[in-house]
Design a binder for this molecule. Sequence first.
Ligand code: FAD
Length: 378
Amino acid sequence: MSDYEVAIVGAGVVGLACAARLAARWPGRVLVLERHEGICREASSRNSEVVHAGIYYPTGSLKALTCVRGRRMLVKRCRDLGIPLLACGKVIVASAADQLPALEELLAQGRANDVEGLEVIDAERLRQLEPGTRGVGALWSPASAVVDSHQLAASLEAEAAHHGADLVFGAEVVGVEPADGGYGLTVTQGEETTTVSAARVVNAAGLGADTLSTMVGIDIDGAGYRQYACKGTWWSIAPRHNHRLSRLVYPVGRAEDPGLGIHGCFDAAGGMRLGPDFVFVEAGDDGVDLSVPEAARAKFLAAGQRLFPWLEAEDLSPDMAGLRAKLVPAPKQWRDFVVAEESARGLPGWVTLVGIESPGLTAAMALAEVVGQRLSSS
Ligand SMILES: Cc1cc2nc3c(=O)[nH]c(=O)nc-3n(C[C@H](O)[C@H](O)[C@H](O)COP(=O)(O)OP(=O)(O)OC[C@H]3O[C@@H](n4cnc5c(N)ncnc54)[C@H](O)[C@@H]3O)c2cc1C
């Protein structure tokens, strides 16, 4: 018999959401292995903390379905547990008349995805909603929000622990072998190497998920699981502007914007940031450089001033950076989230999550639900 019913590799927000859900199904029989000394040390603590409404993604895609469902689950959890959630909404702003048709396209896409309350508004209404924002019109999305992602993740960790899950930190999975009808995981913890077995494994290792797939024998190029790191950086806006925005302000996509575009966002305390940008990066010997390059200041100032005429050069300071786990090596290519149970590759009970970029924070609890379904049908 295996040591555990399920081992989850990775204690980011997705691994923790899986742990909370699966530990309720198998109390005391779930293990979480995380190489860092605590939860959420990678993408899950380096994002905009935006609860996305689900507007942008193709209808019926896993991104659309889990974003919309995950948001509803997240909002309910925040209300039930008192986790800070700013129900601020968001405007997607057209800076010029030739961008107005794109607002109508986004409206139609969002409505097809079952996003509530969307409305195209004119420049006058935009001025009423966000007086400091420049634009000729906007899409108003009242369902978008900002969450305290640290408290959200901590609540998922606590729920998993409540159901008897073992969470082990500083524990890196370095090898995988078949064992006892399940999987034996070789784990290094400091100087020690041990093996632990589990009947099922959830690979929620974020940017490390393709490496873990290789360990279990999956050909990641054949499967389409190779991931590419795409860095996003933020610049903070001087505290004198705190609370200047009361809604998230995004640009409508311009041809040269590979992501959602550099936008204005804020945390629960009102501190404001601009970002993130979108730059594919390679890891060096010490991993990926997570510093914020000074050379990008002019790009951020230009993007910020397009939306906020009040923004001045001295308002910007380098803030932080995060890495998206993308399944494509270049901007403007689209892939859906992958949540795959691998019986067809001879790996029953092994679930792979790759390409869990934005809106992965919003979608985390719905992704965990999908993982639970994949394991039920395996
Ligand atoms: C720039 C940026 C902006 C974003 N903005 C938003 C946003 O506003 N809204 C939103 O919904 N989403 C956003 N996202 C996406 C969101 O942050 C991610 O989708 C989400 O955090 C992914 O969580 P995860 O648990 O899959 O990965 P991670 O948080 O990266 O966790 C994976 C964990 O696995 C561990 N691990 C890896 N390999 C091993 C191993 N071999 N052994 C043990 N442990 C291992 C890692 O240490 C890590 O802790 C953004 C992401 C970025 C980068």
